[in-house]
Design a protein. Structure first.
Length: 419
């Protein structure tokens, strides 16, 4: 077991960087979290939630990293009331419980030395050394250069954490609430449970492998928290999917009306990926429906003026299955209003012009996805789950790089002309 420099009266004590790094993490995390959504035009609630989640996560990590052995310490006072009859280098030796320290961060009352050697005793109390802590969590940072005391740590008094427990509870509560807004309550709560469980498990394993209070134990705790939180979050996603599977609505979506309204109310660009709220088998079935290609119905003028692709990443377009587009045209019997209603767009958008059918072929560039509702073309009638207002399937394809005649064809429905 390692030996440590013996502590003496007037030796310095120091606090870790935990508090300062936690505050820096809170500020930095809040700025980064908010910036990540502000630059894309987020709604106020989403911005606040992202800032809160980022602040709490970064603050917690900063607190742990600030307590590592390599993190800087700052001197906050000196040791007092050494032994009356035992001296080290002609200075009174420091003992746990009996000796105290004057800490600048806790003015008004002296702090007891709360730790010492479990092998060496002075005046019947553990001999204190560099690295042993006071009741305020300050560490003894100064000591003899030529007198060393061995043994493990023996704690004689309660030690208050540098960051009060209530601060951590508040950060945890605010962070969980923020994740509930950004994702879902199930993801937030199960993610929290996973992070706590993983953190405790990592701390226990790290303590056994690297020693209690060691950097290795702290790294293990952080790794366990991140891993447990990720697993818990995935569990929350599966729970949301299972719950949705048991709440089939009129459009045969595995979502209840409350969940649909919740997703629709989220500001565009921040709506979650369908994989976070829909069962995998539903998503797979939806994708299979578009394997043979897809179609889009627009006015001829719209196509001639704008071509294909909206001004968003990938130049996306909303599409139907090829089969359903053909059926829809047949069912309309020439009434473009019927088609508009089925597509969930204003009737005026298809009137006073001939219609064209754009058919996307299953080439290398064809990659239909279930819409997230963040696409440029998503309107107020958009429904989560890849469904149109009357229950027809819809998907989104990226048209960037597509070539007419190879990746898609265009046909005038009135004349049959290939454009």
């Amino acid at each position: 077991m390692a030996d440590f420099n013996a502590a003496r009266e007037q030796d310095e004590i120091a606090h870790t960087a935990s508090k300062g790094w936690m505050i820096a993490g809170l500020i930095g995390g809040a700025i980064l979290g908010a910036a990540a959504v502000v630059v894309t035009g987020g709604a106020a609630l989403v911005v606040v939630s992202a800032a809160a989640a980022g602040a709490c996560a970064a603050g917690g990590v900063g607190e742990v990293l600030g307590s590592m052995s390599w993190a800087p310490r700052h001197n906050t006072g000196k040791l007092l009331s050494g032994s009356p009859n035992v001296f080290t280098n002609s200075r009174a030796a420091i003992r746990a419980h009996l000796s105290k320290g004057d800490c600048d961060e806790h003015s008004g009352s002296s702090q007891r030395v709360a730790e010492g050697s479990d092998k060496v005793f002075i005046n019947n109390f553990p001999a204190a050394r560099i690295g042993d802590r006071l009741t305020c969590s300050a560490e003894i940072s100064g000591g003899s250069t030529n007198v060393f005391i061995g043994g493990g740590k023996l704690q004689t008094d309660d030690i208050n954490p540098e960051v009060p427990g209530w601060v951590n509870w508040v950060m945890m509560g605010v962070g969980t609430a923020a994740v509930a807004v950004l994702a879902s309550p199930a993801i937030a709560l199960l993610g929290l449970a996973g992070a706590m469980g993983g953190g405790y498990a990592g701390s226990w394993v790290g303590g056994r492998l690297f020693g209690e209070g060691s950097d290795g134990q702290k790294w293990s705790m952080l790794a366990g928290s991140f891993a447990g939180g990720a697993l818990g979050g995935k569990g929350g996603m599966k729970f949301d999917g299972w719950r949705g599977r048991n709440n089939i609505n009129a459009n045969k979506l595995p979502l209840n009306d409350e969940k649909i309204a919740e997703i629709q109310s989220i500001e565009k660009t921040f709506r979650p990926d369908p994989e976070t709220y829909l069962p995998k088998d539903y998503i797979d079935s939806h994708a299979k429906s578009f394997e043979n290609g897809a179609s889009r119905i627009v006015t001829r003028k719209s196509f001639e003026d704008y071509g294909i692709g909206k001004p968003d990443p990938g130049r996306t377009e909303f599409v139907l299955t090829k089969e359903r587009a053909g059926q829809m045209i047949s069912e309309s019997k020439g009434d473009v209003g019927v088609i508009a209603d089925k597509l969930g767009i204003p009737q005026e958008q298809l009137k006073n012009d001939s219609l064209v059918l754009i058919e996307f072929e299953p080439t290398e560039l064809y990659s239909p996805k279930m819409p997230t509702g963040n696409e440029w073309g998503a309107n107020k009638q958009w429904i989560p789950g890849g469904k149109l207002p009357q229950g027809d399937l819809e998907a989104v394809v990226k048209t960037e790089g597509m070539v007419k005649g190879r990746d898609y064809t265009v046909t005038d429905l009135l004349t049959g002309e290939k454009l």
